[in-house]
Design a protein. Structure first.
Length: 305
């Protein structure tokens, strides 16, 4: 791995940064980012957009997976990349792993049939993998050119939004971004013992976690095999995942938009701990690009394969 952009990418990014000065200012204002975020754009986001554009094979769709824990900045990065690609006359589209959750009724049935913890959306096994495969295939133009409806999940109702509300894009696109907290995850090995209180108390026999791991070995393996490139926003550790989620929920409570209490957050995050720990352990060695995040959310380093 290398820890710097190729020279030509760096030079082009510097040039384009000057060209896009006004647009970058508008992006920062629109997303309510601190002005210091300009340095992140100059040093990391803009070079990444150019580097990915170079990876695309002529005439085909480059499918890019973006993996990052809660609060790591996936949404901001996705929005910026698409903004830059439009400046380069590249057609792009994106959707989230969160948008292909099983419906609420489907998860209720799964919880009844397999394990109650599967009612909570998020872990592998609670997504409609076939819908993800179909969406990637359609946006890549494998089914011909035309308008494609991109799945949308409504978290306020904990259910899939009506298809009439799904955003639409014309296919094929040049670059497709597929983002999510465990995009690209692999099954874990030799880790049968519980890793937290949730697993000890609510999954003592391992039924839930074995089901999750089986999904990673099977259907999710096919889904993630669609990726041409894999990016990782690497959080420092699980403690940061918990603290960053607490900050998000406290902001929601302060605005009067609900938000979980700290005890609820701790239990909620434990649903994702096992997969997250495995991601932090093994993904950096195989991801095409890794942004190392500090405890203050800032990018502290870069690794390219």
């Amino acid at each position: 791995m290398r820890n710097s952009w190729p020279r030509a990418i760096g030079e082009r990014a510097t040039e384009m940064y000057r060209e896009l000065d006004t647009a970058i200012g508008e992006f920062i204002s629109e997303h309510r980012l601190p002005d210091g975020f300009r340095q992140v754009i100059r040093d990391y986001y803009l070079p990444l957009a150019l580097w990915l554009a170079e990876q695309r094979r002529s005439g085909g769709t480059l499918v890019v997976g973006l993996c990052g824990g809660q609060g790591s900045g996936k949404s901001t990065l996705t929005a910026f990349l698409q903004r830059v690609w439009s400046q380069l006359d590249l057609r792009s589209a994106g959707f989230s792993l969160d948008d292909i959750y099983l419906t609420r009724n489907e998860r209720r049935e799964l919880a009844r049939r397999v394990h109650p913890l599967l009612q909570t959306r998020g872990v592998p096994g609670t997504h409609d993998v076939s819908l993800g495969l179909d969406t990637i295939a359609a946006l890549s133009g494998r089914r011909g050119a035309g308008e494609v409806a991109i799945p949308l999940f409504d978290k306020s109702s904990d259910d899939r939004a009506p298809e009439s509300q799904w955003p639409r894009r014309h296919a094929p696109v040049d670059i497709l971004l597929f983002e999510g907290w465990c995009v690209g995850a692999r099954p874990w090995q030799n880790a049968e013992q519980p890793v937290n209180a949730l697993e000890r108390r609510e999954d003592p026999h391992g039924t839930w976690r074995n089901y999750v791991n089986g999904r990673l070995r099977g259907p999710y393996r096919e889904l993630f095999a669609q990726l041409d490139m894999l990016l990782m926003l690497k959080v420092p550790d699980m403690a940061c995942v918990l603290e960053w989620r607490r900050l998000q929920e406290r902001k929601l409570r302060a605005r009067g938009d609900g938000g979980m209490e700290d005890a609820e957050i701790e239990r909620f995050v434990q649903h994702y701990e096992r997969v997250t720990r495995n991601l932090l352990r093994e993904m950096p060695a195989r991801a095409d690009c890794v942004f190392e995040l500090g405890r203050d959310h800032r990018i502290e380093g870069l690794r390219l394969s």
